[in-house]
Ligand binder design. Structure first.
Ligand code: ZN
Length: 383
C-alpha cells in the first residue's frame, strides 16, 4: 500500500516540478531573447536570419514545455482511465491502491478489543503527540485515566467506548491505524509488550489484566475524540450518517426511497455514507457483484425489485466478512497483536483479468475507475 503511494508521490513530484519550472524558465528566457532581437541592427540579410533563428529557438522552447506538460497530463489521464493498457511496472502510479478499513474490519477490531476493555477501568493513558488527523481533545490523557469502559460499540467505521465518566471515546482507524493488544498473558489475544514504535500515538493500560491497548498509525489519518455520551450521535463525524446496514432502519423500502431520482452511479450511491453507513470501496464492489448490478448503472434508474434485492445481499456480504474477521481473531495469525486486518478472499475486488466466479459465467473481471476509485466487475453478468 505504502509502495503505491510512494510511486504516485514521485510521479506527482516530477509533474509539479515540471509545471513550476516551465514558466520560470520561459520568464527568464523571453526578456533575454527579446532584448537580443531588439538589439540586432538590420543592415545585412544575415542579421534578419539571426533574428529568425532566435525567434525559432524561443518558439521551440515554449513548444517543448507546453508539449511535455500536455503529454504529462494526457498520460496521467490515460492511466487513470485505462490502467489495463499499461504494463505491470506502472502499477505504483495507481491512485487507488489504498483502501480504508470498512465496517467488517472495524467490527473485527471492536470484537477483539471488547474482552480486554469492556467492564475494565483505564488506569493509565499515554498520549504521545498533540494530534492525528485532527488535534486530540483537551487533556485527553487526564479525561481517560480512571474511566471505566461500560460498553464498546460501533457506529459505521467508528469504535465508540462509553465511559462511566459520562464521556464517550471515539476511535477512527483512518487508513493505516491499528489497535494492538499487548501486556500480561490473558488468553490468546494478548501478546508481549510491543517494541517502542514512534507511531504508537496513544497507549491505554487497563486495570486488572493490565492489558495495554496501543493505537499505532504511521500515516496519522486516524482520529480520536471525546464527547459527552448523551451527545455522541451529534458528533460531527456521526451526525450525518445514514442507517447501519445490519440494523432495522436499513430495509428494502428505505433503500428504494433513497435511490429515487438519484442520477449518480449505484457505486457512488452505496458509498454515500448518508444513504448507508460503513460501506467502502471493497464491499460495494462485492455487493454489486453478488447482486448482478453493474457499478456504472445510475442508481435512480434501477428497477425497485433489484434495489430491494440489494438489501439482503449487503447484509450477507458484510456478515460473511465479519465472520471471516472473527475466525482471524481466533486463529490469531498477526504476530504483533494487531487486530482487524484479516486475510479475506474477495469474489471480485482486486481480481482484474481473472475469470468471473459466478457459476456458468465465462466473463473476465474488469476494472474501471469511478470518482478516483477502482471498481471491479464482470461485464458479462453485472448489468
Ligand atoms: Zn460474470
Amino acid at each position: 500500500m505504502s509502495h503505491s503511494l510512494r510511486g504516485k508521490s514521485w510521479f506527482m513530484l516530477v509533474g509539479s516540478i515540471m509545471f513550476c519550472l516551465g514558466p520560470v524558465v520561459v520568464a527568464l528566457v523571453i526578456p533575454q531573447e527579446l532584448s537580443l532581437v531588439k538589439s540586432v541592427k538590420v543592415e545585412h540579410f544575415r542579421d534578419i536570419e539571426h533574428v529568425c533563428i532566435k525567434l525559432a529557438d524561443l518558439c521551440g522552447r515554449l513548444t517543448l514545455w507546453i508539449g511535455s506538460a500536455i503529454s504529462y497530463i494526457a498520460l496521467y489521464a490515460l492511466f487513470e482511465m485505462r490502467p489495463d493498457a499499461f504494463p505491470k511496472e506502472y502499477e505504483p502510479w495507481r491512485s487507488t491502491g489504498t483502501e480504508m478499513p470498512e465496517l467488517p474490519e472495524v467490527e473485527t477490531v471492536r470484537r477483539g478489543l471488547a474482552p480486554v476493555m469492556e467492564g475494565v477501568r483505564i488506569v493509565r493513558a499515554e498520549v504521545n503527540r498533540p494530534d492525528l488527523r485532527w488535534p486530540f481533545p483537551d487533556r485527553m490523557a487526564e479525561r481517560l485515566t480512571g474511566g471505566g469502559v461500560e460498553r464498546l460499540r460501533r457506529r459505521s467505521k467508528y469504535i465508540l467506548a462509553d465511559l462511566d465518566t459520562g464521556e464517550t471515546l471515539l476511535i477512527h482507524l483512518g487508513m493505516s491505524g491499528r489497535m494492538v493488544v499487548s501486556g500480561e498473558p490473558l488468553g490468546q489475544l494478548v501478546h508481549d509488550r510491543p517494541a517502542k514504535d514512534k507511531h504508537n500515538h496513544v497507549v491505554l493500560t487497563m486495570a486488572g489484566c493490565r492489558a495495554r491497548i496501543t493505537f499505532n498509525d504511521p500515516r496519522r489519518f486516524g482520529a480520536m475524540d471525546l464527547m459527552p455520551t448523551a451527545l455522541a450521535d451529534k458528533h460531527k463525524l456521526l451526525a450525518g450518517l445514514g442507517p447501519e446496514p445490519l440494523g432495522n432502519a436499513f430495509n428494502e423500502a428505505y433503500l428504494v426511497r433513497a435511490f429515487k431520482g438519484k442520477n449518480t452511479s449505484v457505486k457512488s450511491a452505496l458509498l454515500d455514507q448518508r444513504i448507508v453507513a460503513g460501506l467502502g470501496n471493497i464491499y460495494v464492489c462485492e455487493v454489486l457483484f453478488h447482486a448482478g448490478i453493474s457499478p456504472l448503472r445510475k442508481a435512480g434508474y434501477i428497477a425497485d425489485a433489484r434495489v430491494s434485492a440489494l438489501v439482503p445481499v449487503i447484509r450477507q456480504v458484510l456478515t460473511a466478512a465479519i465472520a471471516a474477521g472473527g475466525s482471524s481473531l481466533r486463529d490469531f495469525r498477526q504476530a504483533d497483536g494487531a487486530l482487524g486486518y484479516f486475510q479475506h478472499s474477495f469474489d471480485v475486488y482486486g481480481r482484474e483479468g481473472a475469470p468471473c466466479r459466478r457459476s456458468g459465467c465465462s466473463g473476465i473481471v474488469a476494472r474501471v475507475v469511478q470518482s478516483g476509485r477502482s471498481s471491479f466487475y464482470c461485464r458479462n453478468c453485472q448489468r
